[in-house]
Design a protein around this ligand. Structure first.
Ligand code: FAD
Length: 284
């Protein structure tokens, strides 16, 4: 149940990990998961095929989290390239592995897809997959949301309307895209409430520990970078250790403020880095 994942007394703390690309890195992820588990998160989610990671490994990692670490696991799944049978198979695999929670995403258009293939996909939006999952499985479902609007959405308002459809279809909680300005998140929460969405929303926080991230994950996320953070990168970007410390400090200050505002949850994008995650958790 969704209530099992959330604290009654304060924000829940959760982590996101990704299946590594190489077999060698994959073997190393289990020790990293052990280290993350020692920080006692309420749940750990594992991405699906994001950034070219191996899609088939998500269930294996989620199963380790759920059974070996005894922490609730959320397996991400995307539907953009899925037929009904593929989705059914993936759900059967997850249910066999004893995974009870999924993060249902449409996914980004893969490079190999032609306009025709993209235009005739079986599940058009995440909400279509969520309806299917609700009708055919007993999985508990989370959905993604975007405080600065999804990059394809015509407007913030239309994105919000579609978010409401996602929740009405059966998403019982939401996790946000990463953001660096809490004010943007608080404004988003107000609009979410006004739209009649009352499920818990976890705030997605990613520590910026190297200047390189600006060119990769941050640019891809479409999240804006406030002046304070771009100044930090300009001042410390050249020095690895100073940048790491300053990035951790920025994330810690963001999280402390979110906690003071009584948010439902903090979801840390760990980038599979337990040391950085531990330093943040120790300070919050
Ligand atoms: P949707 O909710 O389907 O929305 C996509 C777009 O369609 C939006 O612009 C929305 O406004 C619009 N829309 C929705 N419904 C309608 C409608 N009825 N009519 C018209 N327009 C509509 N990607 C991965 O590949 N793997 C992952 O593991 C992964 N994990 C993620 C975790 C989080 C927390 C987040 C925020 C994103 C994650 N992503 C992942 C990225 C995600 O797949 C992309 O952002 C993708 O482009 C959109 O997915 P979605 O589920 O939000 O799509």
């Amino acid at each position: 149940m969704v209530n099992d994942l959330f604290n009654k007394t304060g924000p829940c703390l959760s982590f996101e990990v990704s299946p590594p690309k190489t077999e060698e890195e994959f073997q190393a992820i289990f020790a990293k998961l052990d280290a993350l588990a020692a920080l006692h998160p309420n749940f750990i989610s594992c991405t699906y095929g994001a950034g070219g990671s191996k899609a088939g490994k998500t269930a294996e990692i989620a199963s380790y989290i759920q059974h070996r670490l005894q922490i609730d696991a959320i397996a991400h799944m995307t539907c953009v390239g899925f037929k009904r049978e593929d989705l059914q198979k993936n759900c059967e695999l997850l249910e066999k592995e004893g995974i009870r929670h999924v993060m249902a995403l449409r996914g980004d258009r893969p490079q190999y897809m032609t306009d025709e293939q993209f235009g005739s996909r079986e599940f058009f939006y995440a909400s279509d997959m969520i309806r299917y999952l609700k009708a055919n499985t007993s999985l508990e479902i989370a959905g993604a949301c975007y405080p600065e609007k999804h990059f394809e959405a015509e407007s913030f308002e239309s994105d919000l309307e579609h978010l409401k459809e996602k929740v009405d279809a059966g998403a019982s909680f939401l996790i946000t895209q990463l953001f660096f300005s809490n004010d943007i998140f608080y404004r988003f929460l107000e609009q979410v409430k006004k739209a009649g969405i009352s499920v818990p929303v976890c705030a997605g926080i990613m520590p910026v520990t190297s200047a390189k991230q600006i060119g990769t994950s941050i640019t891809l996320s479409g999240s804006s970078v406030p002046k304070e953070l771009s100044d930090i990168i300009a001042n410390y970007g050249e020095n690895k250790e100073d940048m790491r410390k300053a990035g951790i400090d920025y994330a810690v200050r963001q999280i402390r403020d979110l906690k003071e505002h009584g948010v439902d949850g903090i979801h840390l994008y760990t980038m599979n880095r337990p040391k950085t995650t531990a330093e943040i958790v120790a300070q919050i």
